[in-house]
Structures are given as structure tokens and as C-alpha cells.
Design a binder for this molecule. Structure first.
Ligand SMILES: Nc1ncnc2c1ncn2[C@@H]1O[C@H](COP(=O)(O)OP(=O)(O)OP(=O)(O)O)[C@@H](O)[C@H]1O
Ligand SMILES: [Mg+2]
Length: 340
């Protein structure tokens, strides 16, 4: 099953699906979010042109970019995880930094290190790969817990502390972590606090036969990636994140999001429910989903559309992987939604 955010009309769960995806909606001329809407559409189109036949992963990546949420991609090798990360960074005019997880990776290999510079006679900080707008942490569960912990501060506080000094990270700062759900040998499961820092999780899944044939004939997504033109720069991207945070949320919708979060804490088969950080993140992602549909306010449908991608990886359930998604689905079905 591919998990993530589907591109569908979030305003009315029972209503007809739009015919043309997010670009089919119209932008109210007075909307303060127009720029963010434009960026969302351009980004969606740009990513769809590179990562073929995987609309759920593309939509989830756009919501991550607009909400400024870190993104966890859990999938098997060769389905386009690296291509998605590279395409996202290129489209946003951002620098991409890549770290391959392995058992010998040290915290300083990610954060950076203070070294003595003989020419100046001073200790100088050499920033590590985390100092980038988009950081791809491939197979992050192959790094030991000590190194994974090095990311806790940077992912939450957008800064790195080394040897008693703090260094701000470039903004926006988006981490894309990947892990292979099948390769368990030699891995260290991500800690709950680490998982909670990922705003969204998604899988990519296999494309259908037609798309796979196109990939075979056209040398994968490489050509499209190499010729990709940015749709934004990092300043525009940062403004879009700020505008997205202004999308209107009425009290009833906020209460509905909180009811979903609280339901995760009282459901019998869940050992660890969602945190207040998850509640904030759920609404931020719902705001981004509203932007994708050119709507200056959040509906209960926006919350529902992002709930599985926002919450499933944070719930610790007994049993198999993927159960988080089923649990969130059940909680959505059982929690009364306010009228739209
Ligand atoms: N849906 C897709 N659309 C476009 N290209 C794809 C798709 N799926 C796979 N590819 C192509 O397959 C190749 C492998 O993709 P990529 O390196 O991103 O995989 P990955 O998921 O990062 O694998 P790994 O886990 O081994 O790092 C690339 O040439 C990529 O273009
Ligand atoms: Mg890869």
C-alpha cells in the first residue's frame, strides 16, 4: 500500500473528485496566499514531471515543502527516493546535502566539528552536511542512536550546538529521511522522539506498467531531473511557508484536529499516541493542503487528507508496519467531523 497524501478534493469527502488535480481550483483574487498557491502548483507540476506515476508521494512532498515539515520516506530500493529529494531541492532553488547512513557515522559527520587552524591560531567551526536547505539522510536507521540523536536539536530548533556554541541552520531547513522497511539486519530503529520530528511520512510505491515502460524507454527520471528548472528560490520558498501558516483555521476545525490527536491516546491498540507537537504539525500540514487547493481557510477535509501521513509514523502500535495508517483511518472514521 502506498501511504501519504492523495490529491483529492478535501473540502467535501463525499463530493466528486476534481477533474484536473490541484491546478483545477481557482484562487480568490483577494487571497493573501496567492504566491504560496502559485509556488505549490508549480512545484507539484515540476515534481510530477520527474517522479512519474507516483502522485501520492509528489503531493506529500509539496505539503512538506509548504508547511516546512521534515519528510520521512519509507520504501524499498530503486523507487525514486533520491530522485524525489533531488527534484524537490532543485525545484525550490535550494542546496541539497546528502548523508548516507552507516554504522560508523559519527555525530560530527553530520553536524560539523571544531578544528584548530594553525594559520590563525584559533579554533574554527567547520559546518557539517546538515548546514543546507534540504538535507537527504539516506537509510538513517543504519546509523547508531548516538548519531541519530545529533539530529534531534537541528530538526526541532533549526540550530546546531557544538562545543558549547550554537550555529543557526540556513532557512528553510527541510530534512528528508529515508529507510527501507524490509532491511532490518544491522539497523537501529528510529527513536520515538526522532519519528515525532518528522512532520510527514510517505512511501512512493511502484509505478504502473505504462509508466514503468516510459521509464525504461527514457532512461528513468534522470533526464527530466538534469534538465529541471527551479520554480522558486529559497527566499520565495520561505515566504510561501510564512503565508501558508496564515491560512485561516476556525476554532471548530482546530477542535476537530485536537479530537483526532486525543483519540490516538485513548485507542486500545496504541502504546504511544500523538504528541502536542503532532497536533501543531497536523494543522500546519492541513494549511498546506488548503493552499494546494487554493483555499485561504482549512476544512475538516484538509485535516483528514493529511492525517495518515502526519500521524501514522508517530503512533507506536503493537504489530506490523502499516498498522499506524489503519489506526489513523479508523480514528478518522470514529471521530465526528464538524460541518464544512
Ligand atoms: N516513479 C519514478 N519516476 C521516475 N524515475 C523513477 C521512478 N522510479 C524509479 N525511477 C528511476 O529509478 C532509478 C533509481 O531511483 P533512486 O536512485 O531515486 O532510487 P532510491 O529509492 O533512492 O533507491 P535506494 O534506496 O537504493 O537509494 C533512477 O534512475 C530513477 O530515475
Ligand atoms: Mg537513494
Amino acid at each position: 500500500m502506498t501511504t501519504g497524501i492523495e490529491t483529492r478534493d478535501a473540502g467535501d469527502r463525499q463530493g466528486p473528485a476534481p477533474t484536473g488535480g490541484p491546478e483545477a481550483a481557482s484562487v480568490p483574487s483577494t487571497s493573501p496566499i496567492e504566491d504560496a498557491v502559485g509556488l505549490a502548483r508549480d512545484l507539484h507540476a515540476a515534481l510530477s514531471g520527474v517522479l512519474l506515476g507516483t502522485p501520492v508521494a509528489v503531493t506529500t512532498a509539496v505539503v512538506a515543502a509548504l508547511s516546512g515539515s521534515h519528510l520521512l520516506i519509507e520504501d524499498v530500493p530503486g523507487v525514486g527516493k533520491t530522485v524525489l529529494a533531488r527534484a524537490l531541492a532543485t525545484a525550490l532553488g535550494a542546496e541539497l546535502s546528502r548523508v548516507q547512513g552507516h554504522p560508523d557515522l559519527l555525530p560530527s559527520d553530520i553536524t560539523g566539528v571544531t578544528v584548530f587552524a594553525p594559520d590563525t591560531g584559533k579554533w574554527e567551526f567547520r559546518p557539517g552536511p546538515v548546514f543546507a536547505n534540504v538535507v537527504l539522510l539516506d537509510e538513517m536507521n543504519r546509523t547508531p542512536p548516538r548519531t541519530q540523536s545529533a539530529l534531534l536539536e537541528s530538526m526541532e530548533e533549526q540550530q546546531v550546538s557544538v562545543d558549547g556554541e550554537s550555529w543557526p541552520l540556513p532557512r528553510p531547513h527541510l530534512v528528508i529521511g529515508t529507510q527501507n522497511p524490509l532491511g532490518q539486519v544491522g539497523t537501529y530503529p528510529l527513536a520515538e522522539s526522532q519519528l515525532d520530528r518528522f512532520g510527514l511520512s510517505t512511501s512512493i510505491g511502484y509505478p504502473d506498467a505504462d509508466v514503468e515502460t516510459r521509464l525504461v524507454l527514457h532512461n528513468g527520471g534522470r533526464y527530466a531531473l538534469d534538465t529541471m528548472v527551479p520554480v522558486s528560490d529559497t527566499a520565495q520558498w520561505e515566504r510561501a511557508i510564512a503565508s501558508t501558516a496564515q491560512v485561516h483555521v476556525v476554532r471548530e476545525v482546530a477542535e476537530y484536529a485536537v479530537a483526532l490527536i486525543r483519540a490516538t491516546r485513548s485507542t486500545g491498540s496504541v502504546r504511544l499516541g500523538a504528541s502536542p507537537r503532532a497536533a501543531i504539525s497536523l494543522l500546519r500540514c492541513a494549511q498546506a493542503h488548503a493552499v494546494l487547493w487554493a483555499r485561504p481557510y482549512v476544512t475538516p477535509g484538509d485535516v483528514q487528507a493529511v492525517a495518515v501521513a502526519c500521524l501514522s509514523h508517530r503512533l507506536i502500535a503493537e504489530g506490523t508496519a502499516g498498522e499506524g495508517a489503519l489506526l489513523v483511518g479508523r480514528i478518522i472514521a470514529d471521530t465526528p467531523a464538524p460541518p464544512t
